[in-house]
Design a protein around this ligand. Structure first.
Ligand SMILES: [Zn+2]
Length: 324
């Protein structure tokens, strides 16, 4: 299924959920009325209150009297609600028993948050990622996990295999202890073909398999999200704000994205800075050395990427495993 198809199916499920919420509310009301019939009468009076009041108020020419009537209606409405809550509590139910209940109070099960242009709620994005993860429509997954990780593909010479075993252990501990990791961030460095992407995908697979949400993205697509944000179009998949908000963000191949003035460095700085301030976890794989990171992105970005108090760095060295 494409993302658009997943979105459509999910929106339909959310609509069903809202209908279910209303049925549940009605069932709670029926149960409450069965125990305390007075609640039913009060609800009916409350529902008719506005209508009756409107007719009376419209027929009253005196302004002061109209205002007094309106106040009276308001007070009666409040008194009814207070009485209903009291009756509910007396009957051993919650005072808000008759209110609508939502699976997600943030979006009230609409899947959207914010004014126009509305964005998908975090709950919706999480469901979407889960679906895409399950049906394998996200690239590069499925095959790459710790179970399939085989360090014997690395030559024993120069300690390359030992180093890979160590790297795997560190990544697996990180994924298993997430979100209570020893270091909040992981930085995987080394030339191409040493297993960085594989390890990054393993972390993603394990963390999501444990039920946490995570966003995995290549630097190139990250750049595309930045560019879309820059031109005022944040509606695209993996919008920039989603990258800031993701509880765990995994960026593969940092350094391969285009270098565009006013975009790459500025947005990367914002992304890292906001994520650090919000104490969110970030895993980055890059072919660049620390010196090259400094050269490409400047001191401000590099200091955030390389901060030893926040970040465990794994440097892989040796022969390209794809050319064995
Ligand atoms: Zn929600």
């Amino acid at each position: 299924m494409t993302r658009a198809e997943h979105v459509k199916a999910l929106l339909a499920e959310y609509a069903q959920q809202r209908a279910q919420n209303e049925r549940d509310q009605q069932a709670r009301l029926d149960a409450a009325v069965a125990r305390r019939p007075e609640i039913g009468q009060l609800r009916e009076e409350s529902a008719g209150l506005a209508f009756v009041a409107m007719r009376r108020i419209l027929g009253e020419p005196d302004v002061a009297k109209r205002q007094a009537m309106a106040q009276e209606v308001k007070d009666r409405g409040r008194a009814i609600n207070a009485r209903i809550r009291q009756l509910l509590v007396e009957a051993g139910m919650a005072p808000d028993e008759l209110e609508l209940r939502y699976r997600c109070p943030v979006c009230r099960d609409t899947g959207y948050v914010g004014e126009a242009p509305a964005r998908f709620c975090e709950c919706f994005e999480r469901q979407l990622r889960l679906r895409q993860h399950e049906d394998g429509s996200m690239a590069g997954l499925g095959e790459q996990n710790f179970e399939r990780f085989d360090a014997t593909v690395a030559p024993e010479a120069d300690g390359q295999r030992d180093q890979l075993v160590k790297a795997r252990g560190l990544c697996e501990r990180y994924a298993d202890s997430y979100p209570d990791t020893e270091f909040r961030n992981l930085l995987l460095t080394g030339e191409g073909g040493l297993g960085k992407t594989f390890l990054l995908n393993c972390v993603f697979e394990r963390v999501t398999a444990r039920g946490f949400s995570a966003v995995r993205i290549t630097a190139f697509r990250m750049f595309e999200a930045m560019r879309q944000q820059h031109i005022g179009n944040d509606e695209k998949y993996d919008g920039f704000s989603n990258l800031i908000d993701a509880k765990l963000l995994l960026i593969d191949d940092l350094g391969t994205e285009p270098m565009m003035r006013n975009i790459t460095i500025e947005y990367l700085f914002t992304l890292l800075n906001e994520r650090i301030a919000a104490k969110r976890h970030t895993v980055i794989a890059t072919n660049l050395t620390p010196a090259q990171l400094k050269e490409r992105y400047g001191e401000r970005v590099a200091s955030r990427l390389l901060d030893r108090s926040l970040c465990a760095a794994i440097q892989l060295k040796g022969k390209d495993l794809r050319r064995q």
